[in-house]
Write a protein that binds this ligand. Structure first.
Ligand SMILES: C[S@@+](CC[C@H](N)C(=O)[O-])C[C@H]1O[C@@H](n2cnc3c(N)ncnc32)[C@H](O)[C@@H]1O
Length: 182
């Protein structure tokens, strides 16, 4: 993988195994890409470096700031917007949506609203993912598809999308998968 310099910021999800799995195993040529939940910007910067045309959104204003900083630091052009999922890109379409979503069920081990936003995906961990999948067709070109991280910590769910696991890795307390929905 090409060199990247990503700075971390207080209140913004620090790149972890899931972030690196996306950078290492996403296909390079994804066309026009919408990243939902860009955090530090690591995945968006990586995809922009591959020549994709990237729009990055996050609900957390600190993540928007971090992604702007890291895009500039790595000399890549990215459109970066504050957005609650698709709210800032209504009426637009992309070739690909990528998302390393909040996917854990709630925990009482921390009391940090920005961390909660980054990691908690709803009562069963999968509600954020299901909502994204249910809305995504409206924001995709014909043949468009979605790449998302899933965790063994998420409750099982059904979706009408076809799905293929691109990469699966076991970590200390969970198994992570990079999944292609098409
Ligand atoms: C697991 S972090 C991933 C960050 C980064 N993409 C990475 O892989 O390192 C999930 C991100 O989703 C953002 N997020 C949570 N709910 C959101 C929503 N409704 N709309 C947009 N972004 C959201 C969080 O602020 C957080 O930055």
């Amino acid at each position: 993988m090409e060199e990247m310099e990503i700075e971390t910021f207080e209140g913004v999800y620090e790149p972890a195994e899931d972030s690196w799995m996306m950078c290492n195993y996403l296909p390079n040529d994804l066309g026009s890409v919408l990243e939902i939940g860009c955090g530090s910007g690591i995945i968006s910067v990586h995809l922009a470096k591959q020549g994709n045309q990237v729009t990055s959104v996050d609900i957390n204003p600190k993540a928007v700031k971090a992604t702007k900083h890291n895009a500039q630091k790595n000399n890549v052009e990215i459109e970066i917007l504050q957005s609650d999922m698709f709210s800032a890109v209504l009426n637009r379409k992309f070739d690909t949506i990528v998302c390393n979503p909040p996917y854990l069920p709630p925990s009482e081990n921390y009391n940090d609203p920005e961390l909660e936003l980054a990691v908690e995906g709803g009562a069963n961990g999968h509600e954020f993912t299901l909502l994204l999948l249910s809305k995504a067709k409206n924001f995709l070109n014909d043949q468009g598809s979605i790449f998302m991280i899933q965790s063994s910590k998420m409750g099982k769910f059904q979706t009408p999308w076809e799905k293929k696991i691109i990469k699966e890795e076991r970590f200390f307390f969970e198994t992570l998968s990079l999944v292609h929905f098409y």
